[in-house]
Design a protein around this ligand. Structure first.
Ligand code: CTP
Length: 450
């Protein structure tokens, strides 16, 4: 009787293919007669928190193929796939490197699980770090968001926070001590110590800081709203382009995997032609906070409008025909609850923001064949549903949104700088300039000078 062949399966990212990968595949093949290798997609790696993979999926597959050890190459795109693959491909042995020791013991009920000793002193992470020198980030501004940003940088390879600048020495030192980084109160000293700049200072100071940073030859990631006048955005992007630098607006939603997927699905005709977008984000704030006391740049729209305008600009574009604002104001005159209404040639949209009024923060996209609903916190997109006329038919999508979600924009910012990926499409310069124009119009309507 013919001996049954032994079927082996292994998985990996195989980024920047190295000796450790080669030796693993060689030994995996030697365990049986037929080897299947699962190569992860970029989207799957992002959802499991592995950011900054450099090689494309096709390159990684090609590198596995070139070893000659794989009899078949498959793509690993979801969590839980391994279990199904083992049944589908009639697998006898599942194997991975010893760095995963114990993690796949749950598969022992279905096949043999073999952990192969990992090759020492080599990994894709090490190679990525050698290839891309560690970028030293300097943070301007030392508030709450700066702390969250700092925590998230620790989850992205290729970057470390050098220090923080604040003209107020006391604040700079307090923040620096808390995070064990350097404190800077002198601009020149700060710029000469860092490679990249993240700006998280009050809105009104962004323009001046971005300009200074570009003049010092630094790439910039700036919190939203990046600037409050369209001409300023255009000037800064022009200045960056001339110097070969990147300026990116940090609206975390734009860079997270769930939102990218949502936009892709919405634009693919799943709900027909889009005719209405309603985005709402409200967050009750204490009356003493900067957001509710800064009479020039505070209020609900400057604080939250960037989030709500994002899906509208993405889905309908930058060329609206009409833009109107209605606001409910507090005693000091700042807007507590604001609605921007936009009319386009083919649809309408509203962006509703609140710091003093609470509402149902959801994103609703209506089309000629159905609608997509994303419940709060839709700005940390992780779950959405597609509904059609048939109420029994609801399609559900989910993606992971890890931590504070700033890791996604940091990772994209770095890959744009390193030239390995142009993620500029997630929030284009044109969209950022349009956002600045909308903020400008809002401040003018409110009688505030942008
Ligand atoms: N592997 C190995 N020896 C190494 C590196 C990886 O045996 N020095 C194995 C892993 O255990 C896994 C397979 O190769 O079974 C694919 O691993 P992958 O995660 O793609 O490679 P790493 O170099 O570990 O990647 P990273 O640094 O991004 O985690």
């Amino acid at each position: 009787m013919e001996k049954k062949s032994t079927r082996v399966i292994t998985y990996g990212t195989f980024d920047l293919f190295h000796e450790g990968h080669y030796r693993l595949l060689q030994r995996a093949k030697a365990l049986g007669d037929y080897l299947i290798v699962g190569v992860t997609t970029e989207a799957y790696d992002r959802t499991r928190g592995k950011l900054n993979v450099i090689d494309s999926l096709l390159t990684r597959i090609e590198n596995v193929r070139k070893t000659g050890f794989a009899d078949e190459i498959i793509i690993e795109e979801t969590q839980g796939q391994k279990f199904n693959d083992i049944k589908k491909y009639n697998i006898d042995i599942f194997t991975v490197g010893s760095d995963w020791m114990g993690n796949f013991d749950y598969l022992k009920d279905y096949c043999r699980v073999v952990y192969l000793e990992r090759t020492r002193n080599i990994s894709s992470t090490m190679l990525r770090e050698q290839k891309q020198q560690i970028q030293r980030i300097g943070i301007i501004g030392t508030g709450r968001i700066a702390g969250r940003f700092l925590m998230e940088t620790k989850l992205v390879s290729g970057v470390s926070v050098q220090g923080a600048y604040n003209p107020h020495g006391e604040s700079a030192r307090k923040f620096a001590d808390r995070w064990e980084i350097e404190a800077y109160t002198e601009m020149e000293e700060f710029f000469s110590a860092v490679d990249l700049v993240y700006i998280a200072s009050p809105h009104g100071t962004h323009y001046g800081y971005i300009k200074e940073a570009l003049e010092h030859g630094k790439h910039v990631l700036c919190e939203k709203p990046m600037v409050l006048r369209r001409a300023q955005a255009e000037e800064l992007f022009g200045c960056a382009r001339e110097r070969g630098l990147i300026v990116l607006e940090g609206i975390k939603t734009a860079y997270c995997p769930g939102f990218s997927r949502l936009m892709g699905i919405a634009c693919s005709g799943a709900i027909g032609s889009i005719r209405n977008v309603e985005a709402c984000f409200t967050k009750l704030e204490d009356s003493g906070t900067r957001e509710l006391t800064d009479l020039r740049y505070g209020g609900s729209f400057t604080e939250l409008g960037s989030y709500c305008m994002l899906p509208i600009l993405k889905l309908f574009g930058k060329n609206y025909e009409e833009l109107r604002f209605d606001a409910v104001r507090g005693e000091n005159g700042l807007d507590l609850f604001t609605r921007a209404s936009l009319r386009y040639s083919n649809g309408i949209a509203t962006a509703t923001c609140g710091l003093g009024v609470k509402s149902d923060g959801r994103l609703l996209i209506s089309g000629t064949k159905g609608y997509i609903v994303v419940e709060a916190p839709w700005w940390k997109t992780s779950y959405f549903e597609i509904h059609t006329e048939d109420s029994g038919q609801v399609e559900k999508y989910s993606e992971r949104f890890l931590g504070e979600g700033l890791r996604y924009e940091i990772s994209d910012f770095l890959s744009m700088i390193n030239g390995s990926n142009d993620n500029g499409f997630k929030l284009t310069r044109g969209e950022s300039a349009a956002l600045a124009g909308i903020m400008e119009k809002f401040l003018e309507t409110e009688g505030r000078k942008p």
